[in-house]
Design a protein around this ligand. Structure first.
Ligand code: KE4
Length: 428
């Protein structure tokens, strides 16, 4: 009997491009039918055929406390009683802004938007307006949302779909984006010298998550910081993924390098559509209506979304062991999988930081886009489908990081390791 997900996918394709509202959800990179999800609770997610899976995507990051968190659900239920949106300033937006500024020391002022893409698009426009320069430097394999300036050697869905440079991005836009290999500080210096006085910003995922999880080499972020200081370039850390994921102050809180502007998303909304960009007061005061750089949004700072996000951030701030617990359980899973690989004589490598983790189907150490692309995508697809059979829900692409939640217990970690072992044996 045809699964309900398959029936729904067929129907969805009649009304929605590719049957999904975001490309990576279509399972194109891994084959097979995308699962249509009915509900989720804690560490578990359930599809429309009532299959249960241990959840390791967590909505691509937001559900760090596990699904259907009671405090977040209660905050939303209370907020909607007063209507859902006003398009006017509210007290809760001040509380959200103050909380972000307290948690992320490099942020002195912050503007709320509705997605990570809006945050990064706005941050780049602000950097261009503030410096009166046009060009930006981004890194191959990094993904900053679907803004035109970023769909040049992009990561995530863009490489998953093999379209690093999307149609529709004009030459006029593309000429102002220069891409450099991640972790290659020498090429950054060469590009800056070749475009001296024309680079408005460098935008980087301080820990890349969109070519799989890839860590910065020691000195890479420090090198970006000093190059930007020397040349008056705005350093933008795109922490949409790493913000509140790697520490209360995101990647910058653990890696010790501060940007001029930080972009945020995902966890900040507790599962609701929220993004933000913030940084030095001197720069943020260029944003309209205080300054000349225009940016706006009907639902920006939406009170229901703010209630969800604040309930999330409040719990994060009160949980003194959240990040150490997440790091420990992620390390347990990584080490258990390494033992499986050794036992089975498989040369695959992994990258991990905090609760971000990727298993790469390559024997190379993955430090940038090129080495990530040495992975065997066909083998990854088989592994993904086999892990589903084993009851574990992974990101449907080799070029995506996994995100563990607080709901993953030691018992579930052992189940994940066992499922990995069974899946690796089944496909080799
Ligand atoms: P959104 O516009 O999707 O909220 O955020 C864009 C974005 C910006 N910056 C970084 C570092 C990001 O990871 C993202 C979005 N991440 C992807 C997952 N790789 C979202 C999943 C999807 O595209 O459906």
């Amino acid at each position: 009997m045809e699964s309900r997900s398959k029936q729904l996918f067929e129907e969805a394709q009649g009304y929605i491009p590719g049957g999904v509202n975001s490309p990576v959800r279509a399972f194109k990179a891994v084959g097979g039918n995308p699962l249509f999800i009915k509900k989720a609770k804690g560490a578990f997610i359930y599809d429309e055929d009532d299959n249960e899976y241990i959840e390791l995507i967590n909505s691509w990051g937001p559900m760090i406390l596990g699904h259907a968190n009671p405090q977040i659900q209660e905050a939303v239920a209370n907020a909607i009683e007063g209507s859902l949106s006003f398009g006017a300033p509210t007290a809760i937006e001040i509380e959200m802004a103050k909380t972000i500024c307290e948690m992320v020391p490099s942020i002195e002022k912050v503007r709320m938007v509705n997605s990570g893409t809006e945050a990064t698009m706005s941050a780049v426009r602000l950097a261009r307006g503030y410096t009166n320069r046009s060009k930006i430097i981004k890194f191959e394999g990094c993904y900053h949302g679907h803004g035109d300036s970023f769909l040049i050697a992009a990561g995530s869905g863009a490489i998953t779909l093999g379209e690093p440079d999307s149609p529709g991005v004009t030459k006029g836009v593309a000429q102002d984006t220069i891409t450099v290999p991640f972790n290659d500080i020498n090429q950054v210096h060469q590009v800056i010298m070749a475009n001296r006085g024309n680079i408005a910003a460098i935008i980087v995922e301080p820990v890349a998550g969109n070519m799989g999880c890839v860590l910065p080499d020691k000195g890479f972020l420090e090198g970006l910081r000093s190059a930007c200081d020397a040349e008056g370039i705005v350093l933008i850390f795109d922490e949409v993924m790493t913000g509140f994921r790697l520490s209360k102050a995101g990647a910058q809180g653990v890696l010790g390098v501060q940007p001029d502007i930080t972009t945020l998303g995902k966890i900040i909304g507790g599962g609701m559509p929220v993004g933000a960009y913030g940084g030095k007061k001197e720069i943020m005061d260029y944003v309209s209506p205080q300054g000349p750089v225009y940016q706006a949004g009907t639902l920006s700072g939406n009170p229901v979304a703010m209630a969800a996000g604040l309930a999330m951030l409040k719990q994060i701030n009160e949980d003194e062991t959240l990040y150490s617990d997440l790091a420990l359980i992620t390390a347990k899973i990584d080490n258990g999988i390494q033992e499986n690989l050794e036992e089975l004589g498989l040369p695959y490598t992994s990258n991990r930081i905090g609760s971000m983790y990727s298993l790469f189907f390559t024997d190379k150490k993955v430090t940038d886009f090129e080495s990530a692309k040495s992975s065997n995508l066909e083998m990854f697809g088989k592994y993904f489908r086999e892990m589903l059979n084993q009851g574990v829900y992974l990101a449907p692409s080799q070029y995506e990081s996994l995100f563990l939640s607080k709901a993953i217990t030691v018992e579930l970690a052992n189940r994940i390791i066992e499922a990995n072992r069974n899946a690796l044996k089944a496909i080799h």
